[in-house]
Ligand binder design. Sequence first.
Ligand SMILES: C[S@@+](CC[C@H](N)C(=O)[O-])C[C@H]1O[C@@H](n2cnc3c(N)ncnc32)[C@H](O)[C@@H]1O
Length: 256
Amino acid sequence: MADYGTFIENIKRKTGIDLSLYKEAQMKRRLTSLYEKRGYRNFNDYYAAIHNNKDMLEEFLDRMTINVSEFYRNAQRWDVLEKKIFPKLLANNKKLKIWSAACSTGEEPYTIAMVLSNHIPLRDISILATDLDVGVLEKAKVGLYPERSLKEAPTPIVSKYFNNEGAFYQVKDEVKRTVTFKQHNLLDDRYDTGYDLIVCRNVMIYFTEEAKDQIYRNFSNSLKPGGILFVGSTEQIFNPGKYGFESEDTFFYRKL
Ligand SMILES: C[S@@+](CC[C@H](N)C(=O)[O-])C[C@H]1O[C@@H](n2cnc3c(N)ncnc32)[C@H](O)[C@@H]1O
């Protein structure tokens, strides 16, 4: 499938997204099943279609960015964030600078706000939430979720911070106001600095080793000394010292 190389070049030129930094077998499989479903036989024909049709381009972007998320995903880890990590961070500083990177449809940054609200009032919380995909950011701003997205969320939290609207749950405005959504490409854009906490979960699994290496370096430079990186539950960093991190708890790394 030599035409995948050409497809990568074309997509980079058209969208700025570099597919060569995503694991190849996995990405090819996802895209091949999509173009076959649409009746194309190879990446060349598929690119010609994408190039001329905005809806097809959007469908491609939607397929390449895997947007699955939920509130309190891996609930025990959020317990560690609440009981161990936040008390330590708040001991030095009550105004935390927080980034939810690759936030998808918003479940993750809203969960951060809900967890942190057990320590400080919502009005003192400010979280930057970013994703490559502008479509998910629009959904995140609306903040309307099916019941299954909340299955790990504690019942008192659901009663306190959501309005139930039929089969859906709407995040209350007081929580929405804590989060600012912005587009950001982890593989290309500049990283801001001075963070106390960066949460980046369930996206590193899609990247090549070189891409991951660069992103961990960037996160390390973005965190204050003593700041924490919270990663996904299959995404341990095998040599944290290489990036100036030490392990603080399972899936939490402290910048030295
Ligand atoms: C599986 S979701 C993870 C959502 C959330 N962090 C969680 O753990 O539930 C992966 C997200 O990564 C985003 N993504 C993929 N490539 C990205 C990139 N280069 N820069 C920023 N976000 C990216 C996708 O758009 C998608 O929303």
